[in-house]
Design a protein around this ligand. Sequence first.
Ligand code: CDP
Length: 232
Amino acid sequence: MSNKIIIAIDGTSSTGKSTLAKRISKQLNYLYIDSGAMYRALTYYAIKRKFISNSHFDKTKLIADIPNINIDFRNNLTNNNLEVHLNGISYENKIRSLEVSNLVSEIATVDELRKQMVLVQHALGLNKGVIMDGRDIGTVVFPNAELKFYLEATTELRAKRRYDELLLTDKNITYDEVLDNIKLRDNQDTTREHSPLKKANDAVLINTDNLTLDELESKLLSYINPLITKNL
Ligand code: CDP
């Protein structure tokens, strides 16, 4: 019998958090929750409602509109992944665009939005058996998570990984704009007032620079397995 726990994975962009979390969730039969997708969906909404652009951000209007925004996760039957839905619709490709990436960290500074997202995240963790990745999962969302990881990698390697990934859907993308976006978000995410990205004191620090995904998966599982097989 296994003991269900909450696993928090935090870290900067493109450190492999979501790929690893997804793989491990399938192995353990856990829910994988991509908390960044929630902020991306909120950003897509704010762009569509013209609350935010490269040159302006009407935070007051966005906050006033919170009662009209519903963010939840629903199962995608084709790949069995939980996908974020904005007012009942999935915008999976659109929320991954560079346009959204360039504005998401600004949206993620809004504490009123964060509080709503944390309510949804807590509800998802009620029965444990959850692996959630993001920026504040081990520090704010689940400070009592049984296991926390903090993933890091050099900026250039992260930009290269993200560039290769985005090139599959956008042939016009350049490495430099991806690198700029990663630097911008690193800065905004670590310096914001509410729930800034930082390593929780009790998180396991993992550098992903020189390890393959298989090696990383084994490493994470070497911390997870003893916790889920105890207390039988
Ligand atoms: O995929 P990537 O690591 O590039 O980013 P993401 O996980 O999709 O998150 C997008 C953005 O959402 C981050 O850069 C943060 O600004 C914000 N975010 C956050 O503030 N808190 C979280 N728990 C997750 C994401």
